[in-house]
Design a protein around this ligand. Structure first.
Ligand code: AMP
Length: 121
């Protein structure tokens, strides 16, 4: 799938629409999900234009991949849910139509702040 510059997260990255920002660095932007499914529901997105995880893992640089992975843990620490601090959370990426992805810019959901329960398929 070709990257759509008009997707909502592209607009957030360009500052055209606001977000409730948690963290930002060279590689990632993190903000709260507008429709939280758990007590804490954050999103972590790469700054580069990648449609989904397979696009990212195929086409992103090593620095971008490391930046996103580390960004997830930086955000988990900021949110107080990191396993390093004795807590926990679920990180989840929906991938393409069969995976239930709605916004075509790669994002990881971080669910926490409570027991998130078993995965429901
Ligand atoms: P997915 O189904 O994995 O593509 O998830 C897309 C997520 O983006 C959903 O959980 C939405 O609630 C969330 N979302 C959509 N628009 C916004 C927005 N403007 N700000 C924050 N989260 C959003």
């Amino acid at each position: 799938m070709k990257y759509d510059d008009n997707n909502i997260f592209a607009k957030i990255l360009r500052g055209e629409i606001p977000c409730d920002k948690i963290y930002e660095d060279e590689f990632v932007l993190s903000f709260y999900d507008i429709n939280p499914q758990k007590k804490i529901h954050a999103l972590v997105i790469p700054k580069g234009k990648y449609v989904d995880l397979d696009d990212f893992n195929t086409n992103a640089s090593h620095d971008e991949i490391v930046g996103l992975m580390k960004g997830i843990t930086i955000v988990s620490k900021k949110l107080g849910v990191s396993s390093i601090d004795g807590k926990g959370y679920r990180a989840l990426a929906n991938i393409s139509e069969d995976g239930g992805q709605e916004v075509p810019h790669l994002h990881f959901h971080l669910f926490g702040g409570e027991k998130v329960g078993k995965m429901v398929l």
